[in-house]
Design a protein around this ligand. Sequence first.
Ligand code: FAD
Ligand code: DHB
Length: 389
Amino acid sequence: MRTKVAIIGAGPAGLLLGQLLHNYGIDNFILERQSPDYVLGRIRAGLLEEGTVALLDQVGAGVRAHAEGLVHEGIELAFSGRRHRIDMKAATGKTVMIYGQTEVTLDLMNARKAAGLDTVYEAKDVRPHDFDGSHPRVTWVRDGVTHTLDCDFIAGCDGFHGVSRASVPASAIEEFERVYPFGWLGILSETPPVSHELIYSNHALGFALCTMRSMKRSRYYVQCSLDDHVDQWPDDRFWDELKRRLDQEAADSLVTGPSIEKSIAPLRSFVAEPMRFGKMFLCGDAAHIVPPTGAKGLNLAASDAHYLSSALREFYDEKSSAGIDAYSAKALARVWKAVRFSWWMTSMLHKFPDTGAIGARIQLAELDYVTQSQAAMSSLSENYVGLPF
Ligand code: FAD
Ligand code: DHB
């Protein structure tokens, strides 16, 4: 078997890259370790930048997002018992869209199916080979049989725990990492959201975030200990804790109900440099992770897919390697800015075990500043709605 670009991983990065390449007339083949239902069952990100929505439109997968997504013009920051709105539309002219990662993935999967493109799910033991040589290829096992796909390039879109980055010799890669001393406990419930916009709350008990998937379905998060397990958080405990971390008006109007999903995610900042190793490129979480506070993970996966597909288009259409040579530096420049923003939002909003009373007061001063100064509101807004590609 042969293709131009072998894509490892059918998450948002791999699926979007596949559709962008297809639009440019570049053959591609996706290998995914899990089943489609498993991939669709993972509740993760929920907030899309305008640039991400534009990429979905570009590949004809944005129709449902426009029909069902919720466009938000601002967010609220809650601290010291009060909420303060940041008007992002006024500051930047841009908006963001609430539309779940599961829906983005489903729309991209359907677009891929409609285009009749090759995808193998439940591919076991996927391995990239010879990406530093002249015969790059990917092998995998399905139903006990080993298959080989020859290709021009490999795109490692297989997430943080994938095989692509792990196949690069340690001497060829530099990794930067910070693991935060807390996690996020998230629940999904069939209840109307507490507010029509997102609330990010800094509280002495810890961070909380009120977000949503629709006007009937809410998503809430509370900062938790890394030692916590979901079994220790029955729904009643979760709702009580969330209420304690919100202002009185929000706590009083919060509609509670049974959770339909509950999970704990650790928080990490991670970047691997470079994002290209000969004929293999890394894209999305395979190359970088950000704590979710800035809502950047999925959006970075999309901008990487955009940079990589444009570079490969240039390679095939214009017979020029300039784009693929520049991919890593171009993608990393945007990645590092999102890493900085996500770290900053995380630092401002969470309870840290080691910064003491002075750290908490500095956070409040920063929040006061960010919600009073036009310059600070503009800076937060332009990062939150997404820096240009
Ligand atoms: P992934 O979505 O991880 O997709 C990678 C794909 O590769 C997966 O389908 C995986 O099964 C497959 N794969 C892995 N290894 C192999 C292999 N060896 N062979 C073949 N296939 C393989 N971001 C936010 O902005 N907000 C959030 O609230 C948020 N919450 C998150 C919660 C969790 C628990 C996690 C893990 C992430 C969260 N993120 C969030 C981040 C966001 O979901 C990711 O940035 C986004 O999924 C990145 O897409 P991706 O395609 O690069 O990687
Ligand atoms: C969502 C998650 C985030 O981490 C965030 O910053 C905004 C929204 C969400 O799940 O909707």
